[in-house]
Ligand binder design. Structure first.
Ligand code: ADP
Length: 403
């Protein structure tokens, strides 16, 4: 038995989970929010307790120190050296990483070189890694990349049709995202496919950020997000795929700078932009129920883009044995699953069992009828356990060190 910590850091937050491995038992979990602000929030859950306090987190180092101190103060661990490994989630691994890697100088430099592709995330990940290194320098750490699972795509699936010199010089290509989630879902999904020789899975990670992935024989063959998480289907505030000339046209008609329009496509579009109501699908669906025309348009657009990608990936995979819904909307929103199922019915014979679907929230279940030509399931995703598994395997079973 060994304690392994997973860290999921953003520009202003640091989420953590402490596991007992290899049992995969969660000992505690929590979040340091509003790092860099005068009013931090620290939440920690352990056993049946949940404590919330309001320390100031000037930076990630203070947040790391606060959470580690809290583990000792609350008697969750006796000393820091009980933590035998740390796994950091890294958003962008570029072309360099097709699996988790030990954190060392080389890994750090590569993550740093990819900051332009994920400015908010990769910089925060490195700050956070350093923060833990300052407090517990001898604990080995790994980096688990959101892009790694998608590295098995073929050039036809990841190359953008721009001048090839640019592709080569600047490594411009589809990297995808949510890879750890799609990998988890595809592994969990296998239990519904006993006897299928070459399983073909389409996994739909549908949350405020959303991506869809086509998986054959356990390997990603195509994924919807692109160079950055702006690509693919429409999302809470992001456009997803569009005619690229929309960008140039909006710059020229509004007089806004390229950067301003880029921010608009990232933060003011999608559900929020089309509905004018909210980035949260719950608010948009509430307005749909009241007949709001723009909410109806936003919702229909969203459902169609999901169905379009599933159709595209059905062709790419040469068929499909399992469709998986997951993440905030996929796990909790029966109306979206039902609407997508209806859009897939005529072409693919997908049939959702509305009785099962209508009350299913946050739980795993088959939601298609026995007659459905493709099985459809809901599986709650768990990226952290994948990180904890890799950290346990590499740092404890294989005994690798960080430096
Ligand atoms: P991310 O990890 O990308 O921030 P999540 O996967 O947590 O996002 O998804 C968040 C979105 O999921 C929310 O914006 C909301 O639209 C939807 N959502 C979350 N919880 C529920 C729920 N209980 N019922 C319906 N929709 C939900």
């Amino acid at each position: 038995m060994a304690k392994v910590m997973t860290i999921n850091s953003g520009s202003s937050s640091l989420k953590f989970k402490l596991y007992e491995m290899p049992e995969e038992k969660v000992i505690c979990s929590g979040n340091c929010e509003r790092i860099g602000n005068a009013d931090g929030i620290f939440t920690i859950k352990y056993g049946d307790k949940k404590d919330v306090s309001y320390p100031v987190f000037p930076d990630h180092s203070v947040a790391a120190q606060t959470l580690l101190d809290a583990l000792v103060e609350k008697g969750i661990i006796k000393s820091f050296d009980e933590i035998k490994a740390i796994g950091h989630r890294i958003v962008q691994g570029g072309k360099y990483f097709s699996h988790s890697e030990m954190f060392n100088k080389d890994t750090e430099e590569k993550i740093r070189s990819l900051i332009p592709l994920a400015p908010l995330h990769n910089a925060a990940h490195l700050t956070c890694f350093q923060a833990f290194k300052n407090v517990i320098p001898d604990t080995p750490a790994i980096a688990t990349f959101d892009t790694a699972f998608h590295q098995t795509m073929e050039p036809e699936d990841y190359t953008f049709p721009i001048p090839y010199e640019l592709t080569e010089k600047y490594d411009i290509r589809r990297y995808g995202a949510h890879g750890t989630s799609h990998k988890y879902l595809s592994q969990e999904g296998l239990k519904y496919l006993e006897g299928v020789k070459h399983p073909r899975i389409i996994s739909c990670h549908i949350g405020s950020g959303s991506s869809i992935t086509a998986i054959k024989d356990g390997k990603c063959v195509a994924t919807s997000m692109g160079l950055t998480p702006l690509g693919g289907i429409m999302m809470g505030t992001r456009t997803g795929d569009m005619d690229p000339s929309v960008f140039n046209y909006v710059v020229s008609v509004t007089g806004k700078s390229a950067e301003e329009v880029y921010q608009m496509f990232n933060k003011k579009s999608g559900f929020l932009g089309v509905s004018g109501i909210s980035n949260d699908s719950r608010d948009v669906l509430a307005a749909v129920e009241k007949g709001d025309p723009r909410a109806i348009l936003a919702n229909n657009l969203f459902n169609r883009r999901i169905a379009d990608y599933i159709g595209q990936y059905y062709v790419r995979l040469g068929g499909c044995d399992l469709i998986i819904f997951s993440a905030g909307i996929g796990e909790n929103e029966p109306r979206t699953r039902s609407a997508v199922g209806k859009l897939l019915n005529e072409a693919f014979g997908v049939e959702i069992d509305e009785e099962i679907n209508k009350d299913l929230r946050g739980k795993e279940a088959v939601i298609s009828t026995p007659n459905s030509k493709i099985k459809v399931v809901v599986i709650p995703t768990d990226e952290e356990v994948m990180i904890a598994r890799d950290a346990y395997q590499m740092c404890i079973v294989e005994g690798k060190k960080s430096n």
